[in-house]
Design a protein around this ligand. Structure first.
Ligand code: NDP
Length: 480
């Protein structure tokens, strides 16, 4: 049977684009459909704009630091309009690069929504049906908002980058990556940030000590973090609500892109009642309460593809669905929602299907960073996970780093190793520090290689650095 294409990819995010390009490089005839903008969540409304905002927000502390180091500088206001214009120009540039890379690899781009019709057919919103030997679903996910009265007044991380005004105050709901990262970003940009998390401590699943230090650092920087707290009810604030609160209007910014998001409630704000009984008016409410796979109206049921309880496409270790010609990678499979993992899954798919080399995706020991302020880098098991599996030794150092101590800042750093008593392998490493993401990338190599505590000890320290603590911690702080 002959097909129009060897591979049809649905979704132009990091995973889909990489799989399409690498498959085309093997000589396969490949097409890719994207209904919105090329680059997906990571490039358009995720990692990239988020990280640029982390950089922007970091400057607020640098004025004080610079003065402490002898510079004569004055604080100035942050111009969101100026930054936003530059940010979107950068995203446009990156989107252009993604398109160019696909073009250059010989991948046919369809700017259309694609729906699976059967095991080998895809229907495009242009009205055309195309056939392919293999179909790869890489449609990603989208933010979910809890069912609370008035929740439609809030925004999600999708809209943050499109705000046409920086709010004066914001309530962020959630305690995961996105909530905690945006709490730091917006606080750094001068927004009055309140964060509600329903559980006992933010960043559930990360090492307890590390989460504790991040939360403490966030509070020290001015974030009003409420644990065990959620929204009961919210509605558009009335003028009386606002007068009682004494809130000012949002900071004006330059109007720019057509797809911009106005401040909530026509500038009147949002009245929120919390589970702790308090009520308050915020200029904006941001829900960062998790993400769900993009699997609705994709033709999955019609094609007989198994979908899991959380709406995810169920795949095996080779990213193959129960329909042999259809594969899925990235957030739509709800395995590990991280860009580099989606890219790995895409490459393993090509290796398996187009290079005849069955390659399972390795999801073990994935290093990752949370770009909170302070930043958290982590790889491997937390102390809590490890001690449930085997006896471990905990090596831990918490201190004021040289640069902050000199500047008179209170920020503390955490360097922590979780070590197996039996094999001496470093099972986990957790770092809370400036540039923890950069550090954990490198520690990740050693941990992935199976380095022991003694391997760390044999490595000479780089002095004076924060990371030298990782190779100079002699005695375990405790056994667990
Ligand atoms: P997470 O799953 O990390 O966090 C969701 C948060 O919302 C949790 O704190 C959760 O609480 C809370 N929550 C869920 N439902 C409700 C509700 N009904 N009411 C109140 N709170 C609720 O999701 P995110 O949206 O933050 O991020 C999605 C994924 O994106 C992450 O898992 C991560 O893989 C990826 N990501 C990675 C980044 C990075 O690498 N730096 C940055 C941003 C995202 P509870 O803990 O109680 O369930």
């Amino acid at each position: 049977m002959s097909f129009d294409y060897d591979l049809f990819v649905i979704g132009g995010g990091s995973g889909g684009v990489r799989a399409a390009r690498v498959a085309a490089a093997t000589g396969a005839k490949v097409a890719l459909a994207e209904e919105y903008r090329m680059g997906g969540t990571c490039v358009i409304r995720g990692c990239v704009p988020k990280k640029l905002m982390v950089f922007a927000s970091g400057y607020s502390e640098m004025f004080d630091d610079a003065r402490a180091y002898g510079w004569d500088v004055q604080d100035g206001p942050f111009d969101w309009g100026r930054f936003r214009k530059k940010l979107h120009a950068e995203l446009d540039r990156l989107e252009g690069i993604y398109r160019k890379l696909l073009d250059g690899s010989g991948v046919e781009i369809c700017d259309a929504r694609a729906v699976i019709k059967d095991a080998h057919t895809v229907s495009l919103s242009t009205g055309k049906d195309v056939t392919a030997k293999h179909i790869l679903v890489a449609t990603g996910g989208h933010p979910v908002v809890p069912e609370i009265d008035g929740a439609e007044l809030g925004i999600t991380s999708n809209e943050v980058f499109l705000l046409n005004e920086m709010p004066k105050s914001i309530l962020i709901v959630g305690g995961g990556y996105i909530a905690s990262e945006f709490a730091g970003i917006l606080n750094g940009l001068g927004v009055e940030v309140t964060q509600f998390y329903r559980g006992a401590q933010i960043l559930r699943g990360f090492d307890d000590e590390a989460r504790g230090l991040v939360a403490e650092g966030m509070r020290d920087k001015g974030i009003d973090l409420h644990l065990g707290t959620n929204i009961v009810e919210m509605r558009q604030a009335t003028a009386e609500d606002r007068n009682e609160e004494g809130h000012a209007e949002g900071m004006p910014m330059e109007q720019g892109r057509p797809a911009s998001v106005a401040p909530s409630g026509d500038g009147k704000g949002i009245w929120v009642k919390a589970t702790n009984g308090t009520t308050k008016v915020y200029d904006q409410v941001l829900f960062a309460t998790g993400r769900t796979p993009n699997t609705t109206n994709l033709g999955l049921q019609e094609a007989g593809i198994t979908v899991g309880r959380r709406g995810e496409i169920v795949v095996d270790e080779f990213s193959q669905t129960n329909i042999p010609s259809i594969y899925a990678i990235g957030d739509v499979t709800n395995r590990v929602q991280l860009t580099p993992v989606a890219i790995r899954e895409g490459m393993a798919f090509v290796e398996t299907v187009f290079k005849g080399n069955p390659t399972p995706v390795d999801h073990a020991l994935i290093p990752s960073a949370v770009f909170t302020q302070p930043e958290l880098g982590t790889v491997g098991l937390t102390e809590e996970e490890a001690r449930d599996i085997e006896p471990v030794e905990i090596y831990c150092s918490s201190f004021k780093p040289m640069n902050h101590a000199f500047a008179g800042r209170e920020d503390r750093v955490l360097m922590k190793l979780v070590v197996s008593k039996e094999t001496r392998k470093v099972l986990g490493c957790h770092i809370v520090a400036d540039h923890a993401g950069e550090m954990i990338q490198l520690v990740g190599i050693a941990v992935k290689m199976g380095a022991t505590k003694e391997d760390f000890d044999r490595t000479v320290a780089v002095h004076p650095t924060m990371a030298e603590e990782l190779v100079t911690m002699k005695e375990p702080l405790r056994s667990a």
